[in-house]
Design a protein around this ligand. Structure first.
Ligand code: HEC
Length: 101
C-alpha cells in the first residue's frame, strides 16, 4: 500500500509540475508543489487530510477561500481566481476528509 502510493506520487508529481495544475485530478493537485513557490504541496501539511476534518462546516465558497489562503500564505503561491476549475476540483477532493458527523 505504502509502496504503491509512493510510486503513484512519483509518477504524478512531475506531471503536475509540468501541467501547472490545468485539468488535473484533485488528488494530483493536492500532491502538486506547482501551486506554490516553496516546494510544498497540500499533502506536505495535510497528510491524509490532517487538519481538514472540520471542513464540513464550510460551504464551497468558504472552503475555496481557505484553500486560496493556504496557497498564498502556506505555499507562497499565486491565489487561484474565484471559480477556477483547479480550485473547484481541489475543494471537491477535500470533501472526503470531512469527519462524519
Ligand atoms: C505549510 C503548511 C501548509 C500547506 C502547504 C497547506 N496548508 Fe492548509 N493549513 C495549514 C495550517 C497551519 C492551517 C490552519 C489549521 C488550523 O486551523 O488548525 C491550514 C488550514 C487549511 C484549511 C482550513 C481548515 C479549517 O478547518 O479551517 C484548508 C481547507 C486547507 N488548509 C487546505 C489546504 C490545501 C487545499 C492546501 C494546498 C493547496 C493547503 N492547505 C496547503 C497549513 C498548510
Amino acid at each position: 500500500m505504502r509502496v504503491s502510493m509512493f510510486l503513484f506520487l512519483l509518477v504524478l508529481m512531475p506531471l503536475a509540475v509540468h501541467a501547472g495544475g490545468a485539468s488535473l485530478s484533485g488528488e494530483a493537485l493536492f500532491n502538486s508543489t506547482a501551486l506554490g513557490g516553496n516546494g510544498k504541496s497540500c499533502a506536505s501539511c495535510h497528510p491524509q487530510g490532517k487538519g481538514l476534518g472540520q471542513i464540513g462546516d464550510y460551504d464551497d465558497a468558504i472552503l475555496e477561500e481557505f484553500v486560496n489562503f493556504c496557497i498564498r500564505d502556506a505555499m507562497k503561491g499565486q491565489m487561484l481566481p474565484q471559480g477556477a476549475p483547479e480550485l473547484q476540483t481541489l475543494a471537491r477532493y477535500l470533501r472526503q476528509f470531512q469527519s462524519a458527523k
